[in-house]
Design a protein around this ligand. Structure first.
Ligand code: ATP
Ligand code: MG
Length: 261
């Protein structure tokens, strides 16, 4: 059975894309069939996997969703890119942002991505959707088609307010559109183990949220090597296999994979 995980937080730069790449490739290494979906007009996930000019791509998530909207045959095979580390990718580019604006007038606009994902779920064990930093229509679409949400939180600022807004949005989607949606967990990222401040934030998030939504035991450390991989087109396992970020993402992969499926 396929599990669809949306990686979401409307706060920018908290590690959503880095987590999508390394969780996805981590799950592949454990023998799973994994599809990564870039759901951000910035195309950062697409670039991170080595496709440096996403705006040149003709077949993307935007063209697939347009096909769903227009009731056309889906060009799925033409769109999916096979990455050398074993994951598949539906790329994205700037066209997704025009599409998001146009979707406002579409009937059942919240369900467009679900229509698409439902047609490919059977081919994968995991589908991971890298959301953009907003709670707009594309992120709602991702939440509607997901089984769970993984929320990366950067341990360097007080995240409480934004998190409550996100959790409220998730509950609303749960009540109205996707009763099966649950929160996979909060993932603390870019934790600088040397500072007390990062430790305080980590403890605060744990104390405030571990009952309500669950917090992953794994913490992703601040790592220069992790910051470098987006320019390399590879995962942390390939770029710096012995480093602390690789070992943290391996342990996150195990936590996700052992989540009682
Ligand atoms: P956006 O909201 O723009 O989509 P994001 O939440 O997807 O951002 P990333 O792009 O994954 O966040 O990460 C933001 C920046 O932090 C990037 O430059 C990335 O390389 C860097 N980064 C990610 N993880 C780490 C880490 N563990 N240590 C240090 N830097 C990191
Ligand atoms: Mg991103």
């Amino acid at each position: 059975m396929c599990k669809v995980i949306a990686v979401a937080n409307q706060k920018g730069g908290v590690g959503k894309t880095t987590t999508s790449v390394n969780l996805g490739i981590g799950l592949t290494a454990e023998g799973n069939r994994v599809l990564l979906v870039d759901c951000d007009p910035q195309g950062s996930l697409t670039v991170s996997l080595g496709y440096k000019e996403p705006d040149q791509l003709e077949n993307t998530l935007a063209s697939l969703i347009s096909e769903v909207i227009e009731d056309e045959d889906l060009q799925i095979k033409e769109t999916i890119i096979h990455h050398e580390e074993g994951v598949d990718l539906i790329p994205a580019n700037i066209e997704l942002s025009a599409l998001e604006i146009n979707m406002v007038n579409v009937m059942s606009r919240e369900l467009m991505m679900k229509c698409l994902i439902d047609q490919i779920r059977e081919d994968y064990d995991y589908i991971i959707i890298d959301c953009m930093p907003s709670l707009g229509m594309l992120t709602i679409n991702a939440l509607v088609c997901a089984d769970s949400v993984l929320i990366p939180v950067q341990a360097a600022y007080l995240p409480v307010k934004g998190l409550q807004q996100l959790i409220k949005t998730i509950s609303r989607v749960q009540r109205k559109l996707n009763p099966g949606l649950h929160i996979e967990g909060i993932l603390l990222t870019m934790v600088d183990g040397r500072t007390n401040y990062a430790k305080d934030i980590s403890r605060l998030v744990y104390d405030s949220y571990s009952d309500q939504v669950g917090v992953f035991k794994t913490i992703i450390p601040l790592s220069v090597r992790a910051a470098e991989i987006s320019a390399e087109g590879s995962s942390i396992y390939q770029y710096d296999p012995k480093g602390k970020a690789a070992s943290a993402y391996k342990s996150l992969t195990k936590e996700v994979a052992n989540d009682g499926r």
